[in-house]
Design a protein around this ligand. Structure first.
Ligand code: GLY
Length: 583
């Protein structure tokens, strides 16, 4: 059997070997690993000794596991998963979007952050999302060709392979499963069957998208076969010509032509000029663990660390998982971080982001002192400090660890579910609407209600501010956790709660991923909670002054934890068809 449930005996022996709280050790198969584990196992993670993939779609996970079994490393597997999700999870997996890949290279004990975020076209202007009256025009930034940022995914995945792949697989070999699935077709089920009807209006607005995703006057439904022949041809072009076959020539001409026909400004030159950026990850610590996450132009890592720093001064564990006391403290810490996000964060290649200050323990101590454990502060009372972003599961995250301890934490996106909804005619490529992640003007909210400042203004070539938070935890220099999530503005709070679930509340990984989540982003001044918290808890939170809103599910935190003897994986149960699997 390539995979087996994590047996209680395995769990118990791991715990006996490791002490009462946090298990550590160097199990066979993983050089010098550490683990976080709980004594209770209401839900069990999947276990595999020699490598694992956790993603939002089962076929893509299996493709990644197959690459690992054939001797590929974590990056080889991640590249195959990234291309496969563009076919099997088209609402978020993509060629026409962008994202961030964190890579941990075990032999070099080095962690790198590959930024393949979309960029604003050269003809973009600061006022392009303002109407004639000077007020933001959300339609322009979400539903027209102007919304499209220059896609980074294809170059990002190809460069990841070139720099960090094992050398055993060519790009063409790793694209092959995606090409086959798009050419032969896939049966519409699980998340695809759930998400297509919800996006019918936006997809149906474009004839080129109807031609791919519609069967007559409705989207393909459960059990029907979705064939993406044009996408298969684009993938074959990439197999034959590498990323240049996407960024130059006939495919690029079609992409740019589709954007301009939809009122946008992206040109073939923008595509030819697209570059990824290698960045230094942002680092922090939390209760003895090293937190290594995505730096700007994502706000994710900075504010994850800021919130963890604030919370480190409270004994969250003593309050208990899901308690009003713990939720209150987490919400107050989130408010502060999102207020800072609105003021300070943007593209680090254009502005100076005060990363060191925002992630400094003394800064967090000052913010912590402003928190009343008994009373919620209204958003108006929370201001950005002086350090010297609702429903949005359109992004997707996957985690990979190989037998040598190399790891990938990858989050990528089209922004909205199915992005702009526009398939560029003749390419099969769904285009993003990532330009909405810029601030149309200082103080304006984007589709997630996130407020931004001049720091996140539209500028030619700039990267829009993101919340994507691909993250690693290390203990004593050894990989402990690979995590991340979709969720728009709620990505940061989702990743935070996987970490606090494991470390503070001693949940196992499956429990930490499944536990009801909460979110506060400063503005709007509302505490969002998933279903699953007791009415008593909600009443206690309201008594503290929180405006509690019970809302829809948040995130898809497909994660892998290093445990004694191997790896524990948890695919998020909030969507159908997610899978953690290994070898
Ligand atoms: N488009 C959502 C994000 O990047 O945060």
């Amino acid at each position: 059997m390539p995979r087996r449930p994590l047996l209680l005996a395995t769990l118990l022996s791991a715990l006996l070997a490791a002490g009462p709280a946090l298990a550590q050790g160097a199990p066979p198969g993983m050089p010098g690993t550490s683990a976080i584990q709980s004594e209770d196992a209401r839900l069990l993670p999947v276990f595999a000794p020699h490598g694992m993939v956790a993603s939002q779609e089962a076929k893509a996970t299996r493709i990644g596991v197959d690459v690992l079994k054939r001797g590929g490393n974590a990056v080889d597997a991640a590249v195959a998963v990234g291309f496969a999700l563009a076919v099997t999870l088209p609402r978020a997996g993509n060629l026409g979007g962008g994202g961030f890949m964190m890579v941990h290279l075990a032999a070099r004990n080095e962690t790198v952050a590959l930024d393949y975020r979309e960029t604003a076209p050269a003809a973009a202007t600061t006022t392009m999302f303002l109407g004639p009256d000077g007020t933001p025009d959300p339609r322009a930034s979400t539903a027209t060709g102007k919304a499209v940022g220059v896609p980074g995914t294809v170059r990002g995945l190809a460069e990841a392979l070139e720099r960090y792949g094992s050398g055993r697989f060519s790009l063409a070999e790793l694209v092959a499963p995606a090409e086959r699935l798009s050419r032969e077709g896939i049966v519409v089920d699980d998340d695809l069957a759930d998400s297509l009807p919800r996006a019918a209006g936006r997809l149906g607005a474009w004839p080129s998208s109807r031609a791919v995703f519609f069967n007559g006057d409705r989207p393909f439904g459960w059990g029907e076969r979705l064939v993406q022949a044009d996408l298969a041809a684009t993938l074959r072009a990439i197999q034959a010509g590498g990323p240049d076959a996407f960024y130059r020539g006939p495919v690029a001409a079609r992409l740019a032509g589709a954007v301009r026909a939809a009122g946008g400004v992206m040109t073939e030159g923008d595509l030819a000029d697209y570059r990824t950026v290698l960045r230094r990850p942002v680092r922090g610590t939390y209760r003895g663990y090293d937190v290594v996450a995505m730096p700007p132009p994502s706000s994710g890592g900075v504010h994850l660390i800021e919130i963890l720093n604030i919370l480190e001064g409270f004994d969250l564990g003593a309050s208990g998982a899901g308690s009003a006391a713990a939720i209150h403290l987490m919400a107050e810490a989130m408010k502060q971080a999102y207020a800072d996000r609105a003021t300070f964060l943007g593209d680090p290649d254009r502005i100076t982001v005060p990363v060191a200050g925002l992630t400094a323990k003394p800064y967090a101590a000052r913010l912590r002192a402003l928190i009343d454990p008994e009373r919620a502060r209204p958003a108006d009372a929370v201001k950005a400090g002086d350090p010297l972003p609702f429903e949005s599961d359109q992004t997707t995250h996957f985690s990979v660890v190989d037998r040598d301890g190399n790891a990938v934490s990858n989050t990528y996106t089209l922004n909205f579910s199915y992005g702009l909804g526009l398939v560029a005619e003749g390419t099969g490529v769904l285009l993003n609407n990532e330009m909405d992640d810029f601030s149309a003007k200082p103080g304006a909210q984007n589709a997630y209600g996130l407020v931004g400042s001049e720091a996140n203004a539209v500028a030619p070539g700039a990267r829009p501010l993101s919340s994507m938070t691909p993250t690693f935890l290390f203990r004593d220099g050894r990989l402990a956790l690979v995590t991340g999530s979709p969720g728009g503005s709620r990505i940061i709070s989702t990743v935070l709660q996987v970490i606090t679930g494991l470390i503070d509340f001693r949940l196992n990984l499956a429990e930490a991923v499944a536990a009801p989540r909460i979110h506060h982003q400063w503005r709007p001044d509302a505490l969002l909670v998933e279903t699953g918290l007791s009415p008593d808890t909600l009443a206690l939170l309201r008594a503290r002054g929180h405006r509690v809103v019970v809302g829809s599910a948040s995130g898809s935190a497909n994660s892998i934890l290093v445990v004694p003897g191997g790896l524990a994986g948890a695919a998020d149960p909030r969507q159908r068809g997610t899978l953690a699997d290994g070898q």
